[in-house]
Design a protein. Structure first.
Lengths: 223, 244
């Protein structure tokens, strides 16, 4: 597959990619001087790098990603969170704006609570430390949770947030997007269901172009 | 029992180098991270892939790479006589060799301390289920977005009535002289699984390996088409609901 060919070409693991002067980006490995894709994805070029953007797969945490996690266990000074990745995340009390007055973390966050947080640090042994100490990060109360594929989140955001802002404006639903594919929605039930439908549509059509316009049209029809 | 007639055709009318019809589907299960379904002649096999996820119990974790954990299981109704459910000597062996074959293709070092679980459920068996399962499993791994250097693909060959043939069916497996399941990585032609049941001369073995290799390259194309079809069909499909 030639990188200079038309955009959005689907490649499979083991498929040869001729870089044509581009640099080796994500999703590509090399063997005996040749380059191959290592996953099912869309071949794209960005800043002179050729990347294979995966079409499926788990969430792989990156530092400073803003994600939505769920408390799965409470330890003496930290919480263990499910972040939909290969490893659990840890949230230490010192990385939160809350004070641990009575030595019981259950009073602040219980098992099952959802929190909007960021990835603070990933240690060498792949321990993931999270933080709630940043603007906009908080415990999420009320609302609905919808899971989408983590690899499709960038499509839901759109170019400079165009997609998510369109949906927010046209439905009036509060949306909090986690990079790990967890979406928190708050608003009237029928509007939330409408957004859910739109999200499913984006997920399915993620590998096609001109999506924002189509979503806009869908929302206008519903008005 | 006569397995090859005067015209050189086999019991089901195939030539010596002909495969049974193969159909592969991708993404058939919603809860699993990746899944696939294969129909290969009379074989029907369903595969689900989970992971990479934290390996439990903890002592199974490997600090430098992921485990690839395959489980081959035959349904009680998959064969003529009811198969006693649960893992037996044969299932444990097949799980082991399939897991090892897949491990050759997966970039396990990218996910230390995790496990990638592959569940292979044989719904209907008609000889060659380990290879059908392995072929479907590598499609399911790709569907799960797991980094791999290439897909694993396999095919069986064997010897019946003194002749080397491709892709044995049930009768040929039972009454033939040898069965040789084999799996390769198509890009490099590396052999990742090779077993033999029965007797063959060295020349016959080489002939069988060549036959399987050729067939595997064809099946590799079917795998790719199945994966691409998932995304092509979505372009035409109308908006549908999917469970959480």
């Amino acid at each position: 597959m030639n990188v200079l060919d038309i955009e959005r070409k689907i490649v499979l693991p083991g498929e040869e990619i001729s870089l044509e002067g581009m640099k080796q980006g994500n999703g590509i490995y090399h063997e005996n001087g040749k380059y191959y894709s290592y996953q099912l994805g869309v071949l794209q070029t960005y800043n002179s790098y050729a990347n294979v953007i995966p079409l499926s797969g788990k969430y792989y945490p990156v530092r400073n990603d803003r994600i939505i996690g769920k408390v799965i266990d409470v330890a003496p000074s930290f919480w263990i969170m499910d972040i939909r990745g290969p490893y659990p995340g840890f949230l230490h009390i010192n990385d939160t704006p809350w004070k641990n007055m009575d030595q019981d973390l259950n009073r602040i966050l219980e098992v099952g609570d959802t929190v909007f947080l960021k990835v603070n640090e990933i240690t060498e042994s792949r321990q993931i430390w999270l933080s709630v100490k940043d603007a906009g990060l908080r415990k999420l109360e009320g609302g609905h949770i919808i899971m989408v594929q983590p690899t499709k989140v960038s499509r839901i955001i759109g170019k400079a947030g165009s997609m998510v802002n369109t949906i927010k404006e046209m439905t009036g639903v509060k949306i909090q997007l986690g990079q790990n594919g967890v979406v928190w929605l708050d608003g009237p039930a029928e509007k939330v269901m409408e957004v859910r439908k739109i999200l499913r549509y984006i997920e399915k059509e993620a590998h096609t172009s001109g999506l924002t316009d189509r979503v806009k049209k869908m929302l206008e029809e519903k008005r | 029992m006569k397995l090859i007639n005067e015209e050189g055709l086999r019991t089901d009318g195939r030539k010596f180098n002909e495969l049974r019809p193969i159909k592969i589907e991708v993404g058939v299960l919603n809860r699993a991270d990746g899944s696939s379904y294969i129909e290969w002649g009379g074989n029907k096999v369903l595969v689900a892939v989970y992971g990479p996820r934290e390996a439990f119990p903890k002592h199974t974790q490997n600090a430098s790479r992921a485990n690839v954990n395959a489980r081959y299981n035959m349904a009680a109704f998959s064969v003529d006589e009811r198969k006693r459910p649960g893992p037996d000597r044969r299932a444990v062996e097949i799980s082991k060799v399939i897991g090892e074959a897949l491990r050759c293709a997966v970039f396990t070092e990218q996910f230390p301390r995790t496990t990638i679980d592959v569940y292979i459920e044989v719904l209907q068996a008609d000889a060659g289920t380990r290879i059908a399962g392995l072929t479907a499993a590598s499609v399911a791994l790709v569907d799960a977005g797991i980094p791999m250097k290439d897909m694993v693909v396999g095919c069986a060959a064997g010897k019946i009535d003194g002749k080397v043939v491709l892709d044995l069916n049930k009768e040929e497996d039972n009454f033939g002289q040898a069965d040789l399941p084999m799996a390769i990585i198509p890009r490099t032609q590396e052999i990742v699984l090779l077993q033999m049941d029965g007797n063959m001369s060295r020349d016959e073995l080489e002939e069988a390996v060549e036959l399987s290799k050729k067939a595997s390259m064809y099946i590799a194309d079917l795998q790719k088409q199945a994966l691409l079809a998932k995304y092509k069909s979505q372009e035409n499909e109308k908006e549908g609901e999917r469970g959480e």
